[in-house]
Ligand binder design. Structure first.
Ligand code: ATP
Length: 577
């Protein structure tokens, strides 16, 4: 067993290191020594996750529940916790201060607590620098208990489990437990550093670790395989039916000509205005996953039926875009497809009201053969072979291979006329690279000035907007400093109906309230249109958006996918030119 205090030490160390190479060294050393049973879990936790993304499992813990548990464990009022939050602006620091003050004053919490050595935590000194009693596994098991709690009594069960964790750990360990529990660890270690650390710790080539990660979508599993059997074990990893992999993504191209300049020949197809769907067929069992790898099978019985009658392969993993259509087969607004994806009740009625057509455009696996390393043309050929052409609700989309940008321009016009977003220009010889955004897939759309930003705050409205969150604070991401940077606010483009929905959606994400001002847990992504990016000293990003307007809530995107300050720098430069 490896103690959770050792994991905490690594977090503290990493937080003080600016460079990713050193972080890799530190985490690789840790991986070499961590107990087998805790290897995978450590890989998830260091990235601020608890379960691998493909499982779709989430802790689902609202900040308020955590504050209640903290208030009980520390024996101080909820109001005091909230005051601390306002002061520190961070749940981890709040946890530390609440428990540390409490430990000094020897209140309720101390009865659970066994201090091994008062001076043994780096930088914490005094009575707060004690060690807890939990192993990494025990922390994970309790967190899993929280995720699994359901039905009557679930809330109090979750509070109890958290209270136990706080009681059995030192204040500094509890600081990191709180951050992990609210998915706010953010110490600067992401998938890239964990991948490199695995390679270094177990002496396996990085590209093999990368490949194994692409097909398993599970760095914990990749770490375990590397330790067990090195490069040989990694080379046996493969795509598995019923385990979603990340989707291949596209880069923007400024013009069709620019895209063709990079390619000898291009595969051109419509960019459908819908939502991504990864389809797994395992005999009669069909599962459907969104771009965020959420399992939406139960919401889409019509798609399950369509796949089952159209796909002739026994086992397959297919990629496509689900589009909500009207009675004439034309695309309906993007929000309609998301309504279908999210629907939990009256699913049959909704599927009649909002029919879906799935446009398949790729194949990752069929009947025992992985296709991801094969060229696009071969994948497409096999895709056409295993999907019937006369099926209802699903078809392989039309793809044209051409050397001529004029042909692509015609396809572009036709796609726009049909109400879709534009075109995709793909490299016909390229493999399928799960989770990668590169030059092998380019997208051309008419509007380029939108950004995907995360909501980090808000303000209660007044007058007609009383009791509703009337405006939202937006942020982009700085992936060097690993922080969210505020870049402005949006209050327009929000109908009353949408304001109601959003206020409800954000209710559980409010982390702190100060008068009308709200601090919101970063989770919801807004696509924001604007006229211009301007330099601005008023926002931490150093930029402001002129006339920002909400285009849509990107429920299909995770916060890892929001736009970065780097991209905004580039857009600003491009705008000047
Ligand atoms: P956008 O906001 O432009 O949709 P995005 O950030 O959501 O972009 P990108 O990966 O940049 O996603 O663009 C590709 C997306 O376009 C895919 O995720 C998919 O949902 C959609 N799409 C529609 N038609 C196709 C197609 N024929 N091939 C690939 N992707 C397609």
């Amino acid at each position: 067993m490896t103690q959770f205090s050792e994991f905490t030490d690594i977090c503290i160390k990493v937080e003080s290191i600016p460079g990713s190479l050193e972080m890799t060294d530190v985490f690789a050393d840790f991986l070499k020594n961590v107990d087998d049973d805790e290897l995978a879990v450590s890989c998830y936790m260091i990235m601020g996750e608890i379960f691998p993304a493909w499982t779709g499992k989430k802790l689902g813990l609202g900040p308020n529940l955590l504050y209640s548990a903290l208030s009980k464990a520390a024996g101080i009022s909820l109001d005091k916790i909230k005051a601390l939050l306002r002061e520190t602006g961070d749940v981890g620091e709040t946890t530390y201060r609440a428990l540390c003050d409490d430990k000094k004053s020897q209140s309720t919490f101390s009865s659970f607590f066994v201090a091994e050595d008062d001076e043994n935590e780096e930088g914490n000194g005094s009575a707060c620098g004690t060690k807890g009693r939990l192993s990494i596994r025990e922390v994970y098991d309790r967190l899993k208990e929280i995720a699994d709690a359901s039905g009557k009594g679930a809330q109090s069960q979750k509070i109890k489990s958290l209270q136990f964790l706080f009681a059995e750990s030192s204040p500094v360990e509890a600081k990191y437990i709180s951050r992990i529990a609210l998915e706010e660890l953010r110490i600067g270690i992401g998938e890239g550093i964990v991948r490199d650390s695995i390679a270094k710790a177990f002496d396996v080539p990085v590209n093999q670790v990368e490949f194994a990660f692409m097909v398993t979508n599970d760095l914990g599993e990749v770490a375990a395989a590397s330790k067990r059997g090195g490069a040989d074990a990694l080379s046996h990893q493969n795509i598995q039916v019923n385990r979603p992999v990340k989707m291949m993504l596209a880069q923007v191209t400024t013009s069709i000509e620019a895209a063709f300049a990079e390619l000898d020949e291009a595969a051109v197809e419509w960019k459908f205005d819908g939502a991504r769907l990864q389809i797994h067929k395992n005999g009669d069992e069909i599962e459907l996953f969104t771009r965020r790898l959420e399992n939406v099978t139960n919401s889409l019985p019509d798609v399950v039926k369509a796949v089952s009658s159209a796909v002739t392969a026994e086992n397959a993993v297919l990629d496509g875009e689900a589009v909500a259509i009207d009675e004439n087969g034309n695309p309906r607004p993007f929000q309609d497809i998301l309504r279908r994806f999210r629907r939990k009740y009256d699913v049959e009625t909704t599927s009649r009201d909002i029919p879906i057509h799935v446009n398949l455009f790729d194949l990752l696996y069929a009947d025992g053969v992985s296709y991801i390393e094969k060229p696009l043309t071969e994948r497409r050929q096999r895709l056409s072979d295993i999907v019937k052409t006369d099926a209802k609700g699903i078809s392989v989309d039309e793809l044209q291979i051409t050397k001529d940008p004029e042909v692509a321009a015609d396809i572009y016009q036709a796609a726009l006329a049909a109400g879709h977003e534009g075109i995709m220009i793909k490299n016909p010889t390229s493999p399928y690279s799960p989770g990668k955004r590169g030059k092998n897939w380019l997208k051309k759309k008419p509007v380029m000035d939108t950004l995907d930003l995360v909501v980090i705050g808000g303000e209660w409205g007044s007058g007609k907007r009383k009791n509703k969150i009337g405006s939202y604070v937006l942020a982009c991401f700085d992936n060097i400093k690993n922080v969210y940077l505020e870049i402005g606010r949006v209050g327009t483009g929000l109908s009353d109906e949408l304001l109601d929905t959003l206020t409800e959606q954000f209710a559980d994400l409010i982390e702190a309230e100060d008068g009308v001002t709200l601090k919101i847990k970063p989770e919801v992504v807004f696509e924001i249109a604007f006229e211009e990016i301007q330099k601005s000293p008023n926002y931490p990003a150093g930029y402001a958006l002129r006339f920002p307007r909400l285009v849509r809530v990107r429920d299909d995107k995770t916060i890892e996918e929001i736009d970065t300050i780097e991209k905004i720098d580039r857009m600003y430069q491009g705008q000047k030119e």
